[in-house]
Design a protein around this ligand. Structure first.
Ligand code: C2O
Ligand code: CU
Ligand code: CU
Length: 580
């Protein structure tokens, strides 16, 4: 029922592509060969190429790793170092059309009357970051260390971290949103013995699924040209597109058998958050078929049921999911998105599978699963996963851990590092969960400000990120995997964005437990409006200058990114974080 409604929906300027006509592709795997020193070596070329997003559309020019969208999946073993030559072979102007359309135009393809921005002066300048990697700073893809066509970065990844799904993507300063949108992203899987011992579904039963919303340009007659369209709306710079691609195809289908699959989900969208729900042929939610076995940083201790309201994935988040289809032989299931855009932490206003165009969800469908008929014995699903996974509590942290306070504010200083300050102008007063009130002032708030976060290498820190901006931001720290200790809800009515002051203080209202599906190792945390996310990480093994930022890519490019520095203890003049 609901699927028919979305299939037949047409836009003012042309019919939407028909869902479920293209089969889900699986990107090829790149496994490095060891050189004589035991280091794996790969060469990955970023190039311009043409791809098919949907069989009824003209081909689409992209910039993509090895010319493929997504890029090839890089697969490595834990502790086996990998050297990648990231070679920039790009040429020509960025192959996308960018416009700022009128309010309400993001659900529609085409330019909505807006004239395209002139991107012709932008260089094809790239920096590659492996998201989630514990890596030396000189191999992290510092946004300002880009390379031009013909040049390369040679980066080394020690892969000394738990088995998990990382991903690689462009990170060039102020160009990331457009260049990732143009196709520069792929997955990076780390395997280890602990994972092998679980005999999780593998080979054709393990599916990397890269989700990414797109929009499409049209010619003067309303015909699709095949070109990607980056359309934002006046007054808001985040990109939300009407069409969801999975592994580079718009609304594909997958032929599956009535058995267990392992889904390696990645939200590679610029700004759209997904809340994924599985529907049966009658449009009724299927519960109990999906269990979460891992988060950004690796396997959980035990599987966790995906909540009935859906699996939430903000940009850059990954989910490792077991999908049990044994009770669905011969059925056709549909994965749908039930999240409004922008995402405010609540489901869309319509039931799962029903479009919610008022909240930029004109097409909820994501992926169709065609399950073959046939005998389907009940599988043995693991009840125990990673024996080495440990849920952190504050008591597990050494006493000398540092503390940071970062505030997210809708302003020209969107990512504010705060330092304790007595009374005076520009003081934000915060009454915390312990009942005491403390004052803070802005120590840094734009990319150009000096680094204020100097972390002692191998130490633990607690970072508190308080969101006063009115919208959710997924905050990503490079170098580390952290655990979310808790979220706290604040009454921020005393905060005046114009002066940056808060009197009466911003007040703690409630402390929220961490939901089981966010209790694993993470490198990206959703910070909801009027909430403080409290995370703990150990800044181990590497040192140097890294970044942390909002992973809504348009926010990152608009200044919601800051450096932090990790250095060994004992360097004169370098303090740690402030204590309790
Ligand atoms: Cu996924 Cu700093 O990036
Ligand atoms: Cu943001
Ligand atoms: Cu503490």
């Amino acid at each position: 029922m609901t699927m028919t409604a979305t299939t037949s929906r047409t836009t003012a300027t042309g019919a939407a592509p028909t869902p479920f006509t293209d089969e889900l592709p699986v990107p090829p795997v790149l496994r490095p060969q060891q050189n004589s020193q035991g280091t794996g070596v790969l060469r990955v070329h970023a190039r311009a190429s043409m791809v098919s997003l949907h069989r009824a559309l003209p081909r689409t020019p992209v910039w993509a790793y090895e010319g493929q969208l997504p890029g090839p999946t890089i697969e490595v073993r834990r502790d086996a170092a990998l050297r990648v030559h990231w070679i920039n072979k790009l040429a020509g102007p960025l192959p996308i059309v960018a416009v700022t359309g009128p309010p309400g135009s993001q659900n529609e393809p085409g330019r909505s009357g807006a004239s395209p921005k002139d991107l012709s002066g932008m260089p094809a300048w790239t920096a590659v970051h492996v998201h989630g990697a514990a890596v030396g700073a000189d191999s992290d893809g510092w946004p300002e260390n880009g390379v031009s066509p013909g040049d390369r970065s040679v980066y080394t990844y020690p892969n000394r971290q738990r088995a998990t799904a990382l991903w690689y993507h462009d990170h060039a300063m102020n160009l990331t949103a457009y260049q990732v949108y143009a196709g520069l992203a792929g997955m990076y899987l780390i395997r280890d013995d602990e994972e092998d011992a679980l005999h999780l579904p593998s080979g054709r039963r393990e599916l990397p699924l890269m989700l990414k919303d797109i929009n499409l340009d049209q010619d003067g007659e309303g015909r699709f040209t095949g070109r990607l369209l980056h359309k934002t709306e006046l007054g808001a710079n985040e990109f939300f597109g009407p069409y969801t691609t999975v592994n580079g195809r718009i609304w594909p289908y997958a032929r599956l058998r009535p058995t267990v699959y392992r889904l390696r989900l990645l939200n590679a969208s610029n700004a759209r958050t997904y809340r994924l729900v599985l529907l049966d042929d009658s449009g009724t939610p299927v519960t109990g078929a999906m269990s979460l076995i891992g988060t950004d940083g690796g396997l959980l201790g035990a599987p966790v049921a995906v909540p009935p309201e859906g699996l939430v994935l903000a940009p850059a988040e990954r989910a490792d999911v077991l999908l049990d289809l044994h009770a669905h032989a011969g059925q056709t299931l549909t994965v749908v998105n039930t999240a409004a855009a922008p995402y405010l932490g609540v489901p869309a206003a319509t039931p799962p599978g029903v479009p919610d165009p008022a909240h930029r969800l004109p097409f909820p469908q994501v992926l169709q699963l065609r399950v073959a008929p046939g005998p389907a014995p009940e599988p043995q699903l693991p009840t125990v996963l990673s024996p080495t996974f440990r849920r952190l509590t504050h008591a597990d942290l050494p006493h000398d851990h540092g503390h940071r306070l970062v505030m997210l504010v809708k302003s020209s200083k969107p990512l504010r590092e705060m330092e304790p300050a007595p009374d005076g102008p520009g003081i934000v007063r915060v009454k915390g969960s312990d009942g005491t009130t403390a004052g803070f002032r802005v120590a840094a708030g734009t990319w150009a400000d000096a680094a204020t976060i100097h972390v002692v290498q191998d130490s633990w820190e607690i970072w508190r990120v308080l969101n006063l901006s009115g919208q959710m931001h997924p905050i990503h720290l490079h170098l580390v995997q952290f655990q979310i200790l808790r979220r706290e809800v604040y009454d921020a009515s005393g905060f005046d964005p114009a002066t940056g002051e808060a009197d009466p203080p911003i007040q703690h209202v409630a402390t929220l437990p961490v939901p089981p599906d966010e209790a694993g190792w993470k490198d990206t945390v959703r910070v909801n409006p009027n909430e403080m996310a409290v995370v703990a990480a150990r800044f181990a093994d590497h040192s140097g200058r890294y970044v942390y930022h909002c992973h809504l890519l348009e926010h990152e490019d608009a200044g919601m990114m800051r450096p932090f520095v990790v250095m060994p203890a004992g360097i004169p003049g370098m303090g740690g974080g402030h204590g309790h």
